[in-house]
Design a protein around this ligand. Structure first.
Ligand code: ADP
Ligand code: ZN
Length: 722
């Protein structure tokens, strides 16, 4: 037999099929070891055949086969082909997405524990006290853990009893599953009429993609869970994607209660061993439901019955490293392959998805009411320009202060949202205007009061806080732009009695960092939670009756065509945390541009109004979905080399435009908005195209100009244009 193998090397030079001779035990999808260029490396078996296209004496045998079942499911081959073609990356790079990195790097293995089973009665001499003690224990318990009894009775005694024939050693595979100990099962809820109608519409729909547009608290999750349960009932499997699962412990415990060991979670908060075991439970079919963030779209499941993408508008669904795939695109491919439904859900669908639904490409399902009939919280706009005129230079408007006071007096909880961590965003010399900047990145440094240092939020570099300006020696350094640490300090000053928690990237390190903060706030151990966008997502805290949005404009003024959309989404999501149970909720939204139309729609929860306005705007200005934005990035540690590569890219793309003038709406080359990140200079060729027909050529150009010193890559409708 001959195996067709793709070697696990991420280079286009070896991106082809190699043949090796092999035994009967090798199957398509197996991971194998192969001799390659004088070394032994890993590879993936793509196919098996009885005949070879090479002369027999030229073919080497495989050097080894990894464990059964084959690591790759059959669907991988078709997905890999599409991805490799679509994103112009070596096939090995695509295949790597389908298996846990722990497995590839050989860092984690399956863990076995030794146990001792009682086999037969024996007689022991009176003097062997420990042996007798262990023997009696074994006879009583019948089956015990070897390590534990060794600890308890002494290894010598345990081994002696086994040798004398009273017990037999054996091994069991240990599951490091975080789902273990599922607790009591959750009772299924009686579905509302709206939920039933939604499920029915999904089932009878002719379209593959289903878009559920449902206000926060409208019971979307329950619809997902029922769709999953239906798939499992039919003997099928399911993938459930959420933006950042480690941020939503409530969602996790709900899933655990509903599906027990039938579900496996894949997320970055797990230990390597846990992730590895969860992945195997899916691959062997022990678990039929995969739950996780973006990368769980590659879960090793066969016979999918449904795929769900919750909060489908979230930017975390775009991969920011090679291959730069969109999770939605991969999910569509998998849904087509498996002939199953793909359900997208959001309270604020992306403009692209909603437009597709309006055009009839997706089945649109709308839920307009919250489950418990509670109204959406009232959003009050606080005009920060007026506050400044009145002499209020603090981070809090008068309205927010009063609402906070009342909330605390009533024993309720509040959430304060600000999308900036640290104490201040910048440090500026008041005498010469010097701004502290990172040496590796073209960004200003944030001051962190707890460590009394300056930090770069792009590369993580830390710098000592200067006592005087390094440029002019001036002693008056000013903190510009409020961050979460300063908000906490100001809150403490204004409300000395209040218990305050902070949640941002600085406070959530460690495996359970998020969980601890959320649990503590959920248990009402604090009155106010201050945080970045981590606190915007999906949390359900019944006692929260006030949400303060400190700077609604921040995302509005980004030079990104999605700025308005993002702001609308963020305000709606954060506001959705207020007044979910019991008392009515309230939101105070601080802004310096209260007349902005995006804020107007957000305040009224008017998604339709927002969408109609936005889509008209995008049509006149020819932005997505009426065009495709393509950015070719050129980065290098040396400016000269980057410019050289940029010149080559630019020349080729200009040629392409000359040949296809009607396909280009816009084309330009420039420094990227952030000129340097992690020591690499960044240039870009930015274009807007009428469609995706030139993508192949553009990817070709990027591959052509990539060298060992300059990286050139393509981004399609990038989520982040910095
Ligand atoms: P969404 O995902 O749309 O924001 P959720 O699914 O979180 O909404 O539902 C909001 C609340 O309503 C949750 O507390 C959920 O447990 C509850 N809920 C959902 N469906 C039902 C139902 N059919 N009966 C009772 N409670 C429900
Ligand atoms: Zn930096």
């Amino acid at each position: 037999m001959y195996a067709q193998v793709i070697v696990d090397i991420a280079h286009s030079n070896v991106d082809k099929i190699f043949e090796y001779s092999c035994g009967e035990d090798v199957k398509p999808g197996c991971r194998v070891k192969v001799p390659f260029g004088g070394r032994v490396i890993d590879g993936f078996v793509m196919g098996i055949s009885g005949v070879s296209s090479y002369p027999a004496e030229k073919i080497k045998p495989l050097a080894g086969v990894y464990s059964e079942p084959p690591a790759l499911v059959p669907e991988c081959f078709s997905l890999m082909q599409s991805m490799a073609k679509r994103y112009r990356v070596p096939k090995a790079v695509c295949l790597r997405l389908f298996i846990p990195s722990e497995m590839r790097l050989g860092k984690v293995r399956e863990v076995y524990r030794k146990r001792v089973k009682y086999t037969s009665d024996i007689t022991l001499s009176k003097s062997a006290v420990k042996q007798r003690e262990f023997f009696d224990y074994l006879k009583l318990e019948k089956d015990v853990d070897y390590a534990i009894v060794c600890n308890q009775f002494g290894r010598g005694a345990v081994n002696a009893v086994i040798e004398k024939g009273a017990g037999a050693l054996y091994s069991v595979k240990v599951n490091r599953s975080p789902m273990q100990g599922g607790g009591e099962r959750e009772e299924k809820k009686i579905l509302t009429a709206a939920q039933l109608a939604a499920l029915k519409s999904i089932e009878s729909s002719a379209q593959t993609v289903q878009l559920i547009h449902g206000v926060t608290g409208s019971g979307k999750t329950e619809i997902y869970l029922n769709a999953i349960a239906n798939a499992v009932k039919q003997g099928k499997t399911a993938i459930f994607l959420v933006p950042e699962i480690s941020l939503t412990p409530q969602m996790l415990s709900q899933l655990r209660r509903r599906f027990g060991d039938g579900a496996a979670i894949l997320h970055s908060g797990l230990s390597a061993g846990e992730r590895f075991d969860e992945w195997w439970r899916l691959r062997t079919g022990e678990a039929k439901i995969a739950i996780g963030a973006r990368s769980a779209v590659f879960a090793p499941l066969e016979n999918l019955g449904v795929i769900i993408i919750d909060e489908e508008h979230d930017s975390s669904y775009f991969s920011e490293s090679s291959p730069r795939y969109s999770t939605l695109d991969i999910a569509k491919l998998r849904a087509q392959y498996n002939r199953c439904k793909l359900i997208l859900g959001s309270a604020t669908p992306s403009v692209e998805s909603y437009a597709a639904a309006k055009k009839g490409e997706y089945n649109l399902i709308t839920l307009t009411e919250r489950i418990n009939g509670k109204p959406m919280p009232e959003i009050e706009i606080a005009d920060m320009r007026k506050e400044v005129k009145r002499g209020n230079n603090s981070a809090f408007s008068q309205a927010l202060r009063e609402e906070l006071k009342e909330t605390l007096e009533n024993g309720n909880q509040a959430i304060i949202f600000l999308n900036r961590r640290g104490y201040s965003h910048t440090v500026i010399c008041q005498e010469c205007g010097y701004v502290a900047k990172c040496e590796n990145c073209d960004v200003s440094l944030a001051y962190h009061s707890e460590e009394n240092c300056l930090k770069c939020h792009y590369c993580g570099a830390k710098y000592r806080m200067p006592r005087a300006c390094p440029e002019c020696g001036g002693l008056h350094l000013r903190y510009g732009g409020t961050g979460t640490q300063k908000v906490v300090a100001d809150l403490k000053a204004a409300f000395p009695q209040a218990r305050i928690l902070r949640m941002d990237n600085d406070t959530t390190s460690g495996k359970e960092g998020h969980y601890k903060i959320l649990k503590s706030f959920g248990d009402h151990e604090a009155d106010i939670l201050v945080g970045t966008q981590m606190i915007a997502k999906g949390h359900d805290f019944p006692s929260v009756t006030l949400v303060g949005i400190l700077d609604a404009d921040m995302s509005l003024h980004f030079s990104d065509y999605r700025a308005g959309e993002r702001t609308f989404q963020l305000i709606t999501q954060v506001s959705g945390r207020s007044g979910r149970a019991g008392e009515a909720g309230k939101v105070v939204l601080q802004t310096s541009s209260p007349e902005n139309y995006i804020l107007r729609y957000a305040v009224n929860y008017d998604y339709q109004g927002f969408f109609n306005n936005e889509i008209a705007l995008r049509e006149t200005t020819q932005f997505p979905p009426f065009s495709l934005i393509v950015r070719v990035m050129v980065t290098s540690s040396e400016d000269k080399i980057a410019l050289e590569a940029l010149k080559g890219v630019w020349f080729d793309i200009e040629e392409l435009r000359k040949e296809n003038p009607d396909r280009f709406i816009f084309l330009n080359k420039m420094h990227s908005p952030i000129k340097k990140i992690q020591g690499k200079v960044r240039y870009q060729v930015l274009m807007r195209l009428t469609g995706d027909s030139l993508l192949e050529e553009i990817y070709d150009i990027s591959v052509k100009h990539t060298t060992s010193d300059a990286l050139v890559y393509v981004e399609e409708n990038p989520a982040n244009l910095s």
